[in-house]
Design a protein around this ligand. Structure first.
Ligand code: GAR
Length: 208
């Protein structure tokens, strides 16, 4: 069983896609052992509760320094002894210590085709606002391993999504989630659980 900790900050629709994927057998050999949020009001925590998964909030507001918050976050994750950490709409810069400790064992879903609309300042709705402002005709989502550079780790999977005239950021966000994020995130976890994802020289290959 692949022990997965899912880190969240908001609505948790990607968390839900993983929960549902496990429930219907599309994601095999995987157990979500804990959901960690930096935001006490995250609806994702409610989703975890409904699915019978332990949900914990580690809020930066409760710590005197960033370092203390980061230590608490790492401690909370480590307690669950995960094989994989999934960032599913987690709006916190992952502490360096955590990245070192879990090299090639942290994945993130990003709502664009990296390297487009990625890096510092590109998160959530802002990504779709930028895509629309640039007038791209195709966008999508990316699942990648997390390294010390923002949105720059080895890419595991990407899926393209069309942009239509008249799209608003909200409409585009929804299409990217439905057509890409909720598909490729559970899919990647299933591949990792099956031991099919190899990282070599910063590149990912999916083996049979
Ligand atoms: C998702 O679109 C996810 O790709 C994005 O935040 C949203 C969270 O939604 N993540 C980032 O922008 C990270 N850079 P959710 O809470 O409903 O899964």
């Amino acid at each position: 069983m692949l022990r997965v900790v899912v880190c969240v900050s908001g609505g948790g629709t990607n968390l839900q896609a993983i929960i549902d994927g496990i429930a219907r057998g599309a994601v095999c050999n995987t157990e979500i052992v804990k959901v960690v949020s930096n935001n006490p009001g995250a609806y994702a925590l409610e989703r975890a509760k409904r699915a019978g998964i332990e949900g914990v909030c580690v809020s930066p507001k409760k710590y005197e320094s960033r370092e203390l918050f980061e230590d608490a976050l790492l401690g909370c994750v480590e307690e669950a002894a995960p094989d994989l950490i999934v960032l599913a709409g987690f709006m916190v810069k992952v502490p360096e210590k955590m990245i070192k400790r879990y090299e090639n064992r942290i994945i993130n879903v990003h709502p664009a085709l990296i390297p487009a609309f990625s890096g510092t300042g590109y998160y959530g709705l802002r990504v779709h606002e930028a895509a629309l402002a640039r007038g791209v005709k195709i966008t999508g989502a990316t699942v990648h391993f997390v390294n010390e550079d923002m949105d720059a780790g080895p890419i595991i999977m990407q899926k393209a999504v069309e942009v239509y005239d008249g799209d608003t950021p909200e409409v585009l966000q929804k299409r990217v989630m439905e057509e890409a994020e909720w598909v490729i995130l559970p899919w990647c976890i299933n591949l990792i659980a099956a031991g099919q994802v190899k990282v070599e020289n910063g590149r990912v290959t999916v083996v049979e």
